[in-house]
Write a protein that binds this ligand. Structure first.
Ligand code: GLU
Length: 428
C-alpha cells in the first residue's frame, strides 16, 4: 500500500491508539516530508526481524506456567540493535514493534552506533516471587541467546525490569556461551559490569534537555511547578533531579493507583519511600487525592509523562495548561494530540529525544565493557550532558528552520541518518 492510499484509510479508535500504527504514521509523515526513496521508506516502516517465544517457568507452587515473550529488531543499519525488555501484563507485539522503531530513531538522533530493538514478556511481576522472576529472566535468554550478543542485539531494562533482572540475564547468557559476556546486556549492577550513572540516566538526560528548553524560552525553572505522571524509575528520578538540579517544585505525582496533589510542594524522596512501603503514592500525608486524569489538566508550568503510551490524546490535549511537556516515557502523546499542542504553543520535548539518556549511558556501559576501563560518575554525567545538549540543539535548529514541531524535527534528523546509512550500505 502506498502512503496516499494509507492516508485515506479510516482508522477506528483502537487502531488509532495502537502504538505501532502511531509509529508507522509518524514514520510515513516524515518520509513524505523528506521525499524518501520508496524502497527505504518500506524498509523503515516495518521491523527487520521479530521473534516470538513461549517460556515455561516452574512456579513456586510446583506448577508450570508458560509466558509469552517477544524480541523485535526494527533496524540495525547503524549498528547492533539496542533496547529494553518490558515485563508487563498488557504487553503486545504491536507495542514492542513500536518501541523497537522508536529505539532506532532514538539511537540515530543521539548519534550512537546502534540500531533499534525491544523485547517484552506478558507477565505481572508484581504478582511473582523473586525466584519466579529469576527463572523467567533466565528462560527468556535461554530461548533467545542465539539472536542476542554484544555485536547483534543488546537488551537493557525498561518498564518493570531492573538491574537484578539484567544480572540474571547476563549470567544466563555467559553460562550458555561459556565465558563472561558482560557486554550482552546493559543496565547491570555496577559490581558486575554496569556503569555508574545508569540508574538515573533516563531522567538526568531529560532534565538536561528541559534545562536547555527553558533557557531558550526564557523560562525560569527555579520554583517552576511540575506534575509527574508515573512514579517508577524515570518518574521518581526525574522528580528528584528536577528539584535537585533545576530548583523546580513538584506539586503532583501519580502512579497506577491514583494521584496526589500538594500545591506547597512534595519531597520526591519521601514520596518514593512512602510508595516503597505502602505500594502507592496515594495516601501520602498532607496531600489531596485527585484522579490520574486530573493531573494532566493542573495549572502547572511543566508536565512529566513518565508512564505508558497514549497518556495525552485529543481528549485532554486542549485542557493541558503546562507550557513545556517533557516526555520521559515512550509514546505518551498521540499524533492528534501533538497537532493540538503545537497549535497551542506547548513546547513538547519528544520521547526519543527527552528520554534518550538511558540508552546513551547504556552505550557508555558497552564502551566500558569493551575496554575494561570504568569511568567515574562525574565523567558519565558530563558526557551525557554534552550528548543531550547537542541533540536538543540539533532538533531545535531543524524545528525552527523548517517550522515544524519538535517531534517532526527529531524524526527528520533521525530518519535522515538511518536512510543515508541504508543507501550507503546498498540495501536499496
Ligand atoms: N529502555 C530504555 C529506553 O527505552 C533504555 C534502552 C537501553 O538502554 O538500551 O530507551
Amino acid at each position: 500500500m502506498d502512503v496516499k492510499e494509507m492516508k485515506s484509510q479510516p482508522l477506528d479508535l483502537l487502531e488509532q491508539q495502537n502504538p505501532f500504527t502511531i509509529a508507522q504514521k509518524q514514520c510515513d509523515k516524515c518520509a513524505l516530508y523528506l521525499e524518501l526513496d520508496p524502497g527505504i521508506h518500506q524498509i523503515l516502516r516495518v521491523p527487520r526481524r521479530e521473534i516470538h517465544i513461549n517460556i515455561p517457568v516452574r512456579m513456586d507452587d510446583g506448577s508450570t506456567k508458560v509466558f509469552q515473550g517477544f524480541r523485535v529488531i526494527h533496524n540495525d543499519v547503524l549498528g547492533p540493535a539496542k533496547g529494553g525488555i518490558r515485563f508487563h501484563p498488557h504487553e503486545t507485539i504491536d507495542t514492542v514493534r513500536a518501541l523497537a522503531a522508536w529505539m532506532t530513531w532514538k539511537c540515530s538522533l543521539l548519534n550512537l552506533p546502534l540500531g533499534g530493538g525491544k523485547g517484552g514478556v506478558v507477565c505481572n511481576p508484581k504478582e511473582m516471587s523473586q525466584g519466579e522472576l529469576e527463572r523467567l529472566s533466565r528462560g527468556y535468554v535461554a530461548q533467545l541467546w542465539e539472536f542476542i550478543g554484544p555485536e547483534k542485539d543488546i537488551p537493557a531494562p525498561d518498564v518493570y525490569t531492573n538491574p537484578q533482572v539484567m544480572a540474571w540475564m547476563m549470567d544466563e547468557y555467559s553460562k550458555i556461551v561459556g565465558r563472561n559476556q558482560f557486554g550482552v546486556i546493559t543496565g547491570k549492577p555496577p559490581l558486575i559490569g554496569g556503569s555508574l550513572g545508569r540508574g538515573d540516566a533516563t531522567a538526568r538526560g531529560g532534565i538536561f534537555v528541559l534545562r536547555e528548553a527553558a533557557g531558550i524560552r526564557g523560562m525560569n525553572l527555579q520554583g517552576a511547578t511540575v506534575a509527574v505522571q508515573g512514579y517508577g524509575n524515570a518518574g521518581y528520578h526525574a522528580a528528584q533531579l528536577a528539584v535537585e538540579l533545576l530548583g523546580c517544585k513538584i506539586v503532583a505525582i501519580s502512579d497506577s493507583s491514583g494521584a496526589i496533589l500538594n500545591a506547597r510542594g512534595l519531597d520526591p524522596q519521601k514520596v518514593h519511600a512512602y510508595k516503597a512501603k505502602n505500594g502507592s503514592v496515594v495516601g501520602y500525608p498532607g496531600t489531596q487525592s485527585i484522579s490520574s486524569d486530573a493531573l494532566f489538566e493542573l495549572d502547572v508550568d511543566v508536565l512529566f509523562p513518565c508512564a505508558l503510551e497514549n497518556a495525552i490524546t485529543e481528549k485532554n490535549a486542549p485542557s493541558i495548561k503546562a507550557s513545556i511537556i517533557a516526555e520521559f516515557s515512550n509514546g505518551p502523546t498521540t499524533p492528534e494530540a501533538d497537532e493540538i499542542l503545537y497549535e497551542r504553543g506547548v513546547h513538547v520535548l519528544p520521547d526519543f529525544l527527552c528520554n534518550a539518556g538511558g540508552v546513551t549511558v547504556s552505550y557508555f556501559e558497552m564502551v566500558q565493557n569493551y575496554n575494561l576501563l570504568y569511568w567515574e560518575e562525574e565523567e558519565i554525567h558530563a558526557r551525557l550532558d554534552r550528548k543531550m545538549t547537542k541533540a536538543y540543539d540539533t532538533v531545535l535548529d531543524v524545528s525552527l528552520k523548517y517550522q515544524v514541531n519538535m517531534r517532526r524535527a527529531a524524526y527528520i534528523v533521525a530518519l535522515k541518518r538511518v536512510a543515508d546509512a541504508v543507501k550507503l550500505r546498498g540495501w536499496v
